[in-house]
Design a protein around this ligand. Structure first.
Ligand code: MG
Length: 383
């Protein structure tokens, strides 16, 4: 079990569940960060007594500094404070921020040899090669929190070696619009898109689940985390979300990890790994479930998943452009400024126009990320 944690994104869905797990497991919380929700950050700071709180937004940080004036808790703001939060206080950092903002703090924590409990998939989608190479050099352990990747990680751990791995079977529920045609969902509202049938999650990832971009991001995340090729990953739609992913070995045997669809389980495992600890959860009730079902993904109806699989094969800056353009497009959709169907159109255009091949440096990836955000903004003005 880790001896202490920092939580980047403690006010988000995974962040809140991480703090609940830390409380249950008696793990000291040394630093937390949020974007703007200072009321909740103050509450969390008073309860967990971290040494440091980062509020990404500078103006809100000033307010929190005043609010916590009667304590000795330090408050910082911006990317440098987020980076401090990741690498200066605890043995393990849980990266639960949403978006590519997690990349630089994660790299800094890797440089310090911290354990990374990785819940921020955009970090690997944008800079996967650099992050994984750096982690190997520095001996920093990356333990996935994403339920699918936690499942694959656990299946690989059970075997002890990746040598006999044939492929990974990456499962996904299909999201709230599973089985629907593209025309039927073109004008879906944010409320419809965030209503996930199985998982309770933040707004951005819920929209990503509706477009199936989430499975696409996870495809790229898996490729980097487990050092495998796109051809060694098969996406399978599994509506019940009981199997969280599977690993197929060269002898045809398959190992799967199963559990109720609740992020508390992979979060706790990332904190207790390589041990397991008691938790107030039960295994699925299999006889009540009766059956589990599996389907091929409909790539024609889910252009975001198809695009992500294509970006995985293209390499270069394609995935970074896709992920950043998607962040911006989803933000516009959530503000009801862009229709649901336009998300995949605009992201696909950004990749088509901006993606470059080759082996990009960190700076080139950051430039690609910014260019993609500008592209979406400009395109949106002309919509
Ligand atoms: Mg997932």
């Amino acid at each position: 079990m880790v001896e202490s944690i920092s939580v980047l994104g403690s006010t988000g869905s995974v962040g809140k569940q991480t703090l609940a797990a830390a409380e249950r497991l008696n793990i000291p919380v040394k630093a937390i960060s949020g974007n703007k929700n200072i009321a909740l950050l103050e509450e969390q700071a008073r309860k967990f007594r971290p040494e440091f709180v980062c509020v990404f937004d500078g103006e809100e940080a000033k307010k929190l500094r005043i609010a916590l004036g009667d304590t000795d808790i330090k408050v910082g703001s911006g990317l440098s404070a987020l980076t401090d939060c990741a690498c200066a206080f605890a043995a393990c950092v849980v990266t639960a921020v949403s978006g590519s903002v997690g990349l630089i703090p994660t790299l800094a924590a890797i440089d310090e040899g911290k354990r990374i409990a990785l819940a921020n998939k955009e970090t690997l989608v944008c800079g996967g090669e650099i992050v994984m190479r750096r982690a190997k050099e520095k001996g920093a352990q990356i333990v996935p929190v994403d339920s699918e990747h936690s499942a694959i990680f656990q299946c690989l751990e059970a075997q002890g070696s990746k040598r006999a791995l044939r492929r990974i079977l990456l499962t996904g529920s299909g999201g709230p619009f599973r089985g629907k045609k593209r025309e039927e969902t073109r004008n879906a509202t944010p409320a419809m898109a965030v209503a996930h049938p199985n998982w309770s999650m933040g707004a951005k990832i819920s929209v990503d689940s509706a477009t199936m971009m989430n499975k696409g991001l996870e495809f790229i995340e898996a490729m980097h985390l487990f050092d495998i090729t796109p051809d060694e990953i098969k996406v399978i739609i599994h509506p019940e979300s009981i199997i969280h992913s599977m690993v197929e070995y060269t002898d045809g045997c398959v190992l799967a990890q199963l559990g109720i669809p609740d992020m508390s389980l992979p979060i706790q495992y990332a904190l207790t790994y390589p041990e397991r600890a008691e938790a107030p959860y039960h295994a699925p009730d299999f006889t009540a479930l009766g059956k589990l079902t599996f389907l091929e993904p409909e790539l024609k109806e889910t252009p975001c998943l198809a695009l992500a699989m294509d970006c995985a094969r293209r390499g270069g800056t394609a995935a970074a452009v896709m992920s950043a353009a998607n962040e911006e497009a989803v933000a516009l959709f959530l503000k009801e400024k862009l229709c649901f169907g336009a998300i995949s159109d605009i992201v696909s255009d950004a990749v088509g126009i901006l993606a470059e091949i080759g082996t990009p440096t960190l700076e080139a990836l950051q430039d690609a990320d910014e260019a993609a955000r500008r592209f979406v903004e400009e395109r949106f003005q002309n919509y």
